[in-house]
Design a protein around this ligand. Structure first.
Ligand SMILES: [Zn+2]
Length: 388
């Protein structure tokens, strides 16, 4: 490779990094971010498009400006396979260079046989890998619990410990295994313009999770077990959490705990049950009381995290925003009274998350791409395409 070619592929890698950091990228934005005039930007886009990596679409016209294009992944470009393993089901899909996810399969499980669940995912993953062929560049897996060394997952609410997900790797390709709330935070950060320098993404699902994302990436940590906010000691100290610690914040959010307190029977799909509890317009007195307590607890914890982390933006994902909306005064009062003076004027920006159900799949895909896509990989891809 000549030094000019090397420079071209470095610019291409920078352009693709921008497609991962920002959900919508126009051609002029791309040029500005790379410090290029419009001529060289146009050359770059054409070159990367010829290599089958990106394509352009007309941008929606929003006024009198000159018509432009938005930049997307090429329809036959590289793909990551992504899995989102959840408490009651799992989903498998592809993720393209621009973070666009296409869901290929959804299957439910009852949480009792982790080995069988992994075997089933592996089988579907292998057949998807055969279909994707040499476009496949890696596998990303999001799991609802702490993960270690891109391989082991702990889904404490299901009692799954040190579940080995190494079997989901495809030979010679990287495997990224990460916490689903962290992956959702990565997907969330790219939906805000300008992108917040530091984003605190808080998620209520079956338990509380989240992540602090700096410049679009989760903060680094020693063992990759970062963002377990639900296991801060903000809960009842006389109770032990399935994680092994006492007094975790997440304990009162646990569906069996809520079922006991509200007198409701625990259903096979606890997420739907929580959703109903948070959105019920005529809750029982007990349900209203639990809702009030949880919203207050969520507000206190949010304030504590703002005090500790001082983020530019806080987003509430999963069922967290529903809970806030159910008891807005309770949540807001708890945030206000929990904040240090220095954070009160102006108060923190706390908004509903924009990313939807696919967020963990998107984040898992972007994390694989972050690891794999560089100038050398792109040059190799283009050379292979040229000789095909
Ligand atoms: Zn815990």
């Amino acid at each position: 490779m000549t030094s000019l070619q090397a420079r071209h592929w470095r610019s291409a890698a920078d352009a693709l990094a921008l497609l991962r950091q920002q959900a919508v990228v126009t051609r002029p934005q791309l040029g500005r971010r790379l410090g290029l005039e419009s001529g060289p930007t146009s050359d770059l886009v054409k070159r990367v498009a010829r290599a089958g990596l990106i394509c352009e679409r007309p941008a929606p016209t929003g006024g009198r400006g000159r018509p432009t294009t938005t930049v997307h992944a090429h329809p036959s470009g590289p793909l990551a396979l992504v899995v989102d393993l959840r408490h009651g089901d799992w989903r498998l899909g592809t993720c393209a260079l621009d973070g666009e996810v296409n869901v290929l399969a959804v299957e439910s499980h009852d949480g009792t046989q982790p080995g069988a669940v992994v075997a089933r995912i592996r089988s579907r993953l292998r057949s998807a890998a055969r279909r994707v062929g040499d476009r496949l560049i890696g596998v990303g897996v999001a799991v609802p619990g702490p993960t270690v060394e891109d391989r082991f997952a702990n889904v404490t609410m299901l009692g799954w410990r040190d579940l080995d997900l190494g079997r989901l790797s495809i030979p010679e390709l990287p495997l990224v295994v990460a916490n689903d709330a962290t992956m959702a935070a990565v997907a969330e950060a790219r939906l805000h313009t300008p992108q917040p320098r530091s984003l605190l993404h808080l998620v209520v699902e079956i338990g509380i999770g989240g992540a602090l994302v700096i410049d679009g990436r989760p903060v680094a940590s020693a063992r990759g077990v970062h963002g377990e906010f639900g296991h801060l000691p903000l809960g009842p100290y006389d109770e032990t959490c399935p994680c092994g610690a006492r007094g975790c914040w997440t304990i009162p959010f646990d569906p069996p705990h809520i079922a006991r307190r509200t007198g409701l029977r625990l259903r096979p799909d606890p997420r739907t049950q929580l959703h109903r509890l948070f959105t019920d317009e005529c809750p029982s007195e007990a349900a209203r009381g639990v809702r009030q307590e949880l919203a207050t607890s969520l507000g206190r914890g949010t304030a504590g995290l703002v005090n500790a982390l001082d983020p530019d933006l806080v987003t509430l994902g999963g069922l967290a925003f529903e809970l806030r909306a159910a008891v807005p005064d309770g949540f807001d009062d708890a945030v206000r009274s929990g904040l240090m003076d220095v954070h009160r004027h102006p108060g923190p920006r706390i908004v509903e998350a924009r990313s939807g159900d696919d967020a963990p799949l998107v984040g898992a895909g972007l994390s694989v791409l972050d690891r794999v896509v560089d100038a050398a990989m792109l040059a190799e891809w283009a050379a292979k395409r040229a000789t095909a």
